[in-house]
Design a protein around this ligand. Sequence first.
Ligand SMILES: NC(=O)c1ccc[n+]([C@@H]2O[C@H](COP(=O)([O-])OP(=O)(O)OC[C@H]3O[C@@H](n4cnc5c(N)ncnc54)[C@H](O)[C@@H]3O)[C@@H](O)[C@H]2O)c1
Length: 447
Amino acid sequence: MNVTIIGAGYVGLLSGACLAEKGHRVSCVDISQQLVEQLNQGKPHIYEAGLAELLGRALDSGRFRATTDLDSSLDRCDLVIVAVGTPSENGVIDLSSIVQISRRIGLYLRTRDRHLSIVIKSTVVPGTTDTLVRSEIASASGKDFPSFGLGMNPEFLREGNAISDFMEPDRIVLGYEDDKTLQLLEELYAPWEADKIRVNTRTAELIKYANNILLATQVSTVNEIANLAAALGNIDVMDVVRAVHLDKRWNPILEKGRVTPGILSYLVPGCGFGGSCFPKDLQALRSQGREKGIPMHMLNAILKVNDSQPRQVVDTIAHELGDLTGKTALVLGLSFKPGTDDVRESASLKIVRSLLQKGVKVIAHDPVATHNFKTALGTPGDKLHYVDSWTENVDKADIVIVATAWPEYQELSQLHLEGKVVFDARRMFQPSAFTKGKYLSIGRRMS
Ligand SMILES: NC(=O)c1ccc[n+]([C@@H]2O[C@H](COP(=O)([O-])OP(=O)(O)OC[C@H]3O[C@@H](n4cnc5c(N)ncnc54)[C@H](O)[C@@H]3O)[C@@H](O)[C@H]2O)c1
């Protein structure tokens, strides 16, 4: 099947390369000429394990190409997938790219006598596809729905596991407004055997938000419990969490033993969730709910807890050491989670800013995200240095903060940490592993 994907970012590129791997012919359209050239040379602009190889195979097969030429891509395709960004603008979803694309497709259709199905993959608030997208295409094309098709196919991939999430999904949501679009979506996903949910587009849109909200709820709830445990003292919240994880409703006992479902990884205290999805998606739905007269108390609470969670790190260290001026902190991990170079809404941004404000010299390390972090943070002066080798810089630090759980940081517990404070913001370590240095973390204040 010939598919056009508009937007060659995380989702567009990953989806495009995976669809090509499954035999579809994919044209990925982006406005960035530089990005398009890079992709056609087989060089992904994002870090994701296995992506360079996957893209290489897709290009070699002749089934994938990137382009800036939307019209000629549309000429050759049956189905258009829209995967442009839908950022948050003051807590409200910014749908300007979706509107722009809808108008462009409408203008294309104005002069063509042909059918095209437009499927939104970007995360958009419920009602976007069947109202906004529909009306923009209709007015730009001068043709009414259903002379064009409409669909919504939310994406659930997780950065860091994106390829396996796309290739072996737990479910595929096929949102559609017309039978022709459903038929095309069925054909697109025919090579996948996952459970398929067929619903209208606004239901598909809400499924994506409900999914993210319920995951984020676990994170903020466990973080609030962790903060209480620390305030009470003499409780390590990990003991609490481990016991909760063994509740058979979370972690069923089958014949072969415990299942240990993935949801449990969201029930671990830390310095908060980040990334390009959770924060903006929760804000977008909160804003939509309020517009509809629903106060969205839960979303408000989840976001509030998360917003202040990175503060726990610097506040706890300051409580332990007093004035931090002139101290040196080694911050390990800058991406919002391991396995990606994405720093959008990363807790490390808040932690580093707060350390610098307190007069701390910061040495920062990440295996892949340093470049993006520098751009996101701006130019903070001469108190911040980025390093390629973190192990060579441990000696220079008074404080070591593990802010992202990259597996390579496990080595920290084997290093000489005499006289240093280690802050484990992701609960990666057993406290007993740090016999020489002082171990601090979220949800634990032993007196
Ligand atoms: N990143 C994730 O893990 C993830 C997961 C699920 C859903 N989503 C959703 O998918 C959507 C895309 O997210 P992303 O992380 O891939 O964004 P991104 O910012 O990485 O990529 C967006 C791409 O769209 C391109 N673009 C913007 N306007 C364009 C236009 N008019 N024509 C052609 N290309 C254009 C940009 O140049 C960019 O390359 C968002 O709605 C996001 O919420 C993201």
